[in-house]
Design a protein. Sequence first.
Length: 252
Amino acid sequence: MKRYLIFLYGIASYVGFFVTFLYAIAFLGNLPGVPRTIDGPPELASGPALAIDLLLLTIFAVQHSLMARPAFKALWTQIIPVAAERSTYVLFSSLALTLLFYFWQPLGGDVWTLESRTGQWLMYAGFAFGWVLLLYSTFLINHFDLFGLRQVWLQLRGKAYTDLPFKTPGAYRLVRHPLYVGWFFAIWCTPQMSVTHMLFALVTAAYIVAAISFEERDLIDAHPEYRDYRHQVPKLLPRFRSARGQQAKDAV
Ligand SMILES: C[S@@+](CC[C@H](N)C(=O)[O-])C[C@H]1O[C@@H](n2cnc3c(N)ncnc32)[C@H](O)[C@@H]1O
């Protein structure tokens, strides 16, 4: 019975993630048909609105980073079943994001507005590319493990969990963090950058850069070969070498 409940919990948490993921696209892209998006008429004075937005971003950052640390997981799994740990992380992340979507306060004011149709379409293309890259990268690592489904499925079948191996498929050969590159595209590519959107993009970008150093420390502890990978593959910006440059390097 308990095994089925944990499995159902994992499925529910995954559905929650998926709905939050779709809402995040609509929220950041100011898509029609959803009750609240990142931009809109300000409801509060700038000071309180800014304080609320920063608080919402901090809640997400603290939840997301703290609950991902091995030391926190070791403590947390004394309270909740080990197999439900990742689903709980996913659930809490979705809740923190939902809180942000619901209470987000637009500040008003524009940073840039692209008038050219080509510029606008390039921004839309970058936005779409970001979300696709983000989702694609989860499948390169293991989508079902990242979102807790593999863990609850293995326990349902009475099988032991095995850690994911370190791997560098597809985009991981170009950069170490393609999923975060996807985030960068999703948060910065907009034809109309408002002050509110800029605040979101700046804080999120700073958070991603900080999160990378925590994540890489854990990765080196778990997979010592990550140290070499770190020297060979850039963090976020791919290096495109010319064929002649590569030949010269191979010859050395
Ligand atoms: C949300 S994913 C982000 C992955 C990566 N930072 C990126 O931007 O593509 C975080 C999880 O991926 C795992 N991870 C990151 N790089 C990995 C790799 N090359 N092989 C296996 N797991 C990896 C981390 O241990 C962490 O559990």
